[in-house]
Design a binder for this molecule. Structure first.
Ligand code: PLP
Length: 442
């Protein structure tokens, strides 16, 4: 293991000083896992204020899709900023229309699309919920346990990856019924096909307590993110599509985390060849600039009447410029790189899993990859403490990681990551596993 890129103990003196200032003036509600204080970044590497170099396999929670400070994105931002910083969505400008045209071209269905722009994932989800209620005249929704859709009162009603996110905020938006997300590693239902079992469960709800004629939409992450990087079984999303078609229910895919090339395709839904009616985007779309988008089939979004939904900052010229540059890079190069690097990374992780019995499963698509850590024994008991220890050791070894789900370490490097950087991350991960396991067994 190489830690030559580390110049100081961690956190270093400058990081400690900034964290002390932060503690006095910034909310303690941010869920921060370790004391990384950023100075600057380049591609998949980041430096802290004490001059220590890190491999960034968290990418600002899957946001820095084109890497830190990609020159093409920075140039687009600079050029846009030199013209005007804001005009508001009450007016028109080239960058906003060009972005919507691009999104219409790549939307994951074969018909015209329209977009609504906002600043974040949660606002995109709120927009999708409002659109679904507005056009259907129905009030109920189906969501999935383990889902994460944001922290405002509508999206929070669906968010159920950790109870701390809901605790203290009830009541959130009424009308949401949660069903399990199919999980073959920790099956909830008897039988091999967890996807079919969940579809049967929804049908049972339709019969007994959630009349489908009252359901506006089913909201799902086509690959579940914060809930554990869970990939649904083939056939499941197609089954949901069929259920929606049967009952006139809208199918909304939340691709805030999985979209924009992250899984090796522009949208995760493409892995399953299932088209939603509405897709929500944010995170990687702006390479770090705050943007969210509701992209819907035109025949659905054009039903919104003037004033039905809007905002001040949506379609901001700087973020649209960043998103246009990001989509150029992802389309031309980085979605393909994510697919290729993802395969290499998964193969290296599977090698590691053969040597470390605590790695219960390696799963994901493209560069949305998770390893599930388990306690010894056949029960596959979640090794939560080990996940925390590995992530902490990884930081001390110069690798930025985050957790998700019950006991998953997740990897979401920038889509421009190289094979050499993946290999370096594997070595740092291996060292971190060794250190965490040695401590656990001491
Ligand atoms: N939807 C998904 C799938 C997410 O992963 C997230 C954030 O992690 C959100 C929505 C909320 O996005 P934001 O934090 O930008 O509001």
């Amino acid at each position: 293991m190489s830690t030559q890129h580390l110049q100081t103990e961690l956190p270093g003196p400058k990081a400690r000083a900034l964290i002390a200032r932060d503690a006095a003036v910034i909310t303690p509600s941010y869920p921060r896992d370790y004391p990384f204080v950023m100075s600057h970044g380049c591609g998949s590497e980041a430096w802290d204020v004490d001059g220590n170099r890190f491999l960034d396999f968290a990418a600002g929670i899957a946001v820095c899709s084109t890497g830190h400070a990609h020159p093409q994105v920075v140039a687009a931002i600079r050029e846009a900023a030199g013209k005007f910083l804001h005009i508001s969505s009450d007016y028109w400008h080239e960058g906003m229309v060009a972005l919507a045209e691009r999104l219409a071209r790549i939307a994951p269905w074969d018909e015209p699309a329209m977009s609504f722009f906002c600043q974040s994932g949660t606002e995109a989800v709120e927009g999708a919920l409002k659109l679904a209620r507005y056009v259907s005249g129905r009030s109920r929704f189906i969501g999935f346990l383990g889902g994460f859709h944001g922290r405002t009162m509508g999206s929070l009603a669906f968010t159920s990856s950790k109870y701390t996110q809901q605790k203290g905020f009830a009541p959130t938006m009424p009308g949401v019924t949660h069903v399990p997300y199919p999980n073959a590693f920790r099956p909830l239902f008897t039988g091999a096909d967890q996807g079919r079992a969940v579809l049967d469960y929804i049908r049972m709800l339709f019969d007994r307590s959630v009349p489908p004629s009252e359901v506006a939409a089913i909201l799902i992450e086509p690959i579940q993110g914060e809930g554990g990087y869970l990939v649904p079984p083939q056939g499941f999303l197609a089954g949901l599509r069929a259920l929606c078609d049967e009952h006139g229910i809208l199918l909304v895919f939340d691709e805030v985390q999985s979209g924009v090339g992250r899984t090796g395709k522009m949208f995760a839904s493409e892995h399953f060849a299932v088209a939603p009616d509405i897709v929500t985007l944010a995170k990687g779309l702006g390479s770090g600039m705050p943007i969210g988008a509701v992209v819907a089939k035109r025949r659905i979004m054009q039903q919104w009447k003037r004033g039905a939904h809007g905002n001040t900052f949506g379609g901001n010229p700087i973020v649209c410029a960043a998103a246009n540059a990001t989509l150029d890079l992802v389309t031309q190069e980085y979605a393909a790189n994510a697919a290729q690097m993802g395969e290499h990374f998964m193969a290296r992780l599977r090698d590691l899993a053969r040597r470390y019995p605590c790695i219960g499963e390696v799963r994901g698509r493209g560069l949305m990859i998770g390893i599930e850590l388990i306690e010894p024994g056949a029960e596959r008991a979640p090794a939560r403490a080990l996940v925390d220890a590995v992530i902490n050791r990884a930081y001390h070894n110069g690798l930025l990681l985050l957790s998700c789900g019950v006991s998953t370490v997740r990897f979401m490097p920038p889509l421009c990551v190289s094979a050499a950087q993946v290999d370096e991350a594997i070595e740092l991960l291996r060292a971190s596993l060794d250190q965490a396991l040695a401590k656990a067994n001491a």
